[in-house]
Design a protein around this ligand. Sequence first.
Ligand code: MN
Length: 212
Amino acid sequence: MLELTPLPYAEDALAPHISAETLAFHYGKHHKGYVDKTNELVDGTDLDNLSLVPLIRRIADDRSKKTLFNNAAQVWNHDFYWRSMTPRGGGKPQGALAEKMDGELGGYDKFRKRFKEAAIGQFGSGYCWLVVGDTGRLEIYGSPNAETPVASNDEVPLLTVDLWEHAYYLDRRNERDAYIDVFFDHLVDWDFAAANLASAASLDIRQTMPAK
Ligand code: MN
């Protein structure tokens, strides 16, 4: 059985950038709904003793388990999205992540422009990701629906933005671009991304990096 992970801050902590009403529905209804549905679908099967990431990886390529995959992946994606934000977030990364961004993406401003283009360009529902890819370099991409980088161990996610309309419609209506700006101006938790980068550095994936 999966538990609904507590939000890492109060439901009104991201206001006025993301309202308490949005978080009440997004966390309390949508995220909780994915947890409940996942538990319902694994109950009584040989999958119900798996923790979340092993479950996602076990069924990622099984078309008969698509509904379960979508719900389980959404549980993980939301846990990761909440932690990609903090009430006192925003601004630019520091340290090793900033250096990597400078070297591989041409700096923060170019990163932000590319991320915003990928987020706006993602057709329909999904997420926009900053990851360390299988080459060891930073990559930005949009993904549809519930797709998640943890379905394989090829890349290490650093940060995500939920692009489903339930993430921003109550506050921003159709203005996804304004929501992305608010995310980077006021909410993004670069310490979380830096910690993920540090964990990526200890994985095999980085041994394939070209020497500088
Ligand atoms: Mn969502």
